[in-house]
Ligand binder design. Structure first.
Ligand code: HEC
Length: 110
C-alpha cells in the first residue's frame, strides 16, 4: 500500500512536470511566432501601440467561447472597427494553425 502510494505520487509528479513543461514550451513558441510574424510591430503584451495590447484583447474576450475561431480568422484576414478606425492589415503568411496558436496565447495573457 505504501509502495503503491509512493509510486502514484511519483507518477503524478512526473505527469505534472510534463504538463507544465509542454504549456511553457507552447507559450514560448507562440511568443516567438508573434515576433517572427511581426505582430509585435503593432502589438505589445501590456501596452497599446498601433493595435490594442494583448492583455486588453484577453480581457475583452474572456469567457467567450467562439472568440478563438473568430479572432484567428481576423488575424489572417485583417479588419477594423472593433478597437478604433485603425485597421489591422491581413497577415497572409500566418497559417490557420499558427493563427489559432497565437490567439490562444494572446487570450491567455492576464
Ligand atoms: C500593422 C499593424 C498590425 C500588425 C502587424 C498586427 N496587428 Fe493585430 N491589430 C492591429 C490593429 C490596428 C487592431 C485593431 C483592429 C480593430 O479595431 O478592429 C488589431 C487587432 C488585433 C486583434 C483583436 C481583433 C478584434 O477583433 O478584437 C488580435 C487578436 C490581433 N490584432 C492579433 C494580431 C496578431 C496575432 C498579429 C501577427 C500575426 C497581428 N495582430 C499583427 C494592428 C496590427
Amino acid at each position: 500500500m505504501i509502495k503503491f502510494v509512493a509510486t502514484t505520487t511519483a507518477s503524478l509528479a512526473l505527469l505534472l512536470t510534463a504538463l507544465f513543461t509542454t504549456t511553457a514550451a507552447q507559450a514560448q513558441d507562440a511568443a516567438k511566432l508573434a515576433q517572427e510574424k511581426a505582430c509585435m510591430a503593432c502589438h505589445q503584451i501590456d501596452k497599446k501601440v498601433v493595435g490594442p495590447s494583448f492583455k486588453e484583447i484577453a480581457a475583452r474576450y474572456a469567457g467567450q467561447k467562439d472568440a478563438e475561431a473568430k479572432l484567428a480568422k481576423k488575424v489572417r484576414e485583417g479588419g477594423s472597427g472593433v478597437w478604433g478606425q485603425v485597421p489591422m492589415p491581413p497577415n497572409t503568411t500566418v497559417t490557420e494553425k499558427d493563427a489559432l496558436a497565437l490567439v490562444k496565447w494572446i487570450l491567455a495573457q492576464k
